[in-house]
Design a protein around this ligand. Structure first.
Ligand SMILES: *Cc1c(COP(=O)(O)O)cnc(C)c1O
Length: 388
């Protein structure tokens, strides 16, 4: 059996894979079994922050592997403590809960919000409001949070207590909050899976004012937008938001499973021992990888991400076959005249890996992608989006 046949036979059919088997790579270049090289503009969906088999990252991960690969959370390990300290000192948040994925990071945020609200506003105050078109994960609770009905249909009943409003619709939010039972609002600064759609600055400002007035918690899902992706360490700083909790994962550990829920001083002590946990959460190897990623997210690197993003935006805006360009930094969405899936297939044939998000072509290259590769990939995309 070939790898593709074996995978088809034995792996659950939840993913529509391209007929490509990647065997190795270096930075933003990956190679398939045929020896064909691709410029990777997907980074494993914003995961491989510094590309594939990056030597600095390998060094950090390997050094930890030789010490201890895992200890239970009954004991202290340095990478976990060091990473939590670094995350807090870089962001102003007070404590971190570590898990293994974006969905789990959001689950923790939701648990914190519910416990905090019950303690401060009574047990009926448990609802969470999210936005239409959002994506918050695949567990039953984060699916309930996800504001896209088609994800819900097959898995009823979902966790109760979630409602969704259209972005910008403050009137609906005010109505939902009128009974005093809304514990938190959860948002993405830029909806990723939903089509690379940024929050309107005026809505972000109105939302921030409203949650402060009402003493409702603001949870920002930075699973995709975090860790330098948009040109700042976390995207909320570019939207004037002051979240009580942020959740992140994807690029955090540069290619190892790690989720983090960052708690502001307001909610830092909501969870006490026994309230939450994760066997693998804070795994020393994943944390060592994350610490190495975080240490490289310097102001210079972040401004390079912003510069590359602006360059791509300018290159694509108004080009034949491109109707709009959205996003920030190296998280961009292209509305194309041709169907996005066809553009992505043609780009792949020409050696460039892109993603889709809803009807758009989505680009999430490594944060350190060299200009020369970005220019080459942009030329291929411009060629593939031209309506025939
Ligand atoms: C990917 C994603 C998630 C889910 O992350 P997993 O690691 O797949 O559980 C949640 N929220 C956002 C915004 C995401 O992009």
């Amino acid at each position: 059996m070939t790898v593709m046949e074996k995978d088809q036979a034995y792996v659950a059919h939840t993913y529509k894979r391209f007929p490509v088997e990647i065997i190795s790579g270096k930075g933003s270049l990956v190679i398939d079994t045929q020896g064909k090289e691709y410029i990777d503009l997907g980074s494993g969906i914003a995961v491989t922050s510094f590309g594939v088999s990056d030597p600095v990252w390998i060094g950090a991960v390997e050094a930890q592997l030789h010490k201890v690969q895992h200890m239970s959370n009954l004991y202290y390990t340095a990478p976990c403590a060091d990473l939590a300290e670094a995350l807090c000192s870089r962001t102003g948040f007070s404590r971190v809960f570590f898990s293994n994925s974006g969905a789990e990071a959001n689950e923790c945020a939701i648990k914190v919000a519910r416990k905090w609200a019950a303690e401060h506003h009574g047990p009926a105050c448990s609802s969470i409001v999210t936005l239409e078109g959002s994506f918050h994960g695949r567990t039953l609770t984060t699916l309930a949070a996800t504001g896209q009905d088609h994800f819900h249909e097959l898995f009823q009943p979902l966790t109760p207590g979630f409602s969704h409003i259209r972005a910008g619709d403050m009137a609906s939010l005010e109505k939902l909050c009128a009974d005093g039972n809304v514990a938190a609002v959860m948002i993405e600064c830029i909806q990723g899976e939903g089509g690379v759609i940024p929050l309107e600055p005026s809505f972000a400002a109105a939302l921030q004012r409203f949650v402060e007035e009402q003493d409702i918690l603001l949870l920002v899902d930075e699973v995709q937008t975090g860790n330098g992706r948009t040109g700042s360490l976390y995207a909320f700083t570019q939207f004037g938001l002051k979240p009580d909790v942020i959740s992140t994962a994807k690029g955090l550990a540069g290619g190892l499973p790690l989720g983090a829920t960052l708690l502001s001083s307001k909610v830092a002590d909501v969870l006490s021992w026994g309230d939450h946990g994760s066997t693998f959460g804070g795994n020393p190897v994943a944390c060592a990888g994350a610490l190495s990623v975080l240490n490289r997210l310097t102001p210079d690197l972040l401004s390079e991400v912003a510069r590359k993003g602006e360059w791509l935006k300018q290159r694509f805006t108004g080009a034949p076959g491109i109707q709009s360009v959205t996003g920030l930094g190296l998280m961009l969405g292209l509305q194309t005249v041709r169907p996005a899936a066809e553009v992505v297939a043609d780009c792949m044939a020409k050696g460039v890996l892109c993603l889709t998000a809803k009807g758009k072509v989505r680009l999430l290259p490594a944060l350190n992608i060299p200009d020369a590769l970005l220019e080459k990939a942009a030329d291929v995309i411009l060629d593939c989006v031209k309506p025939s």
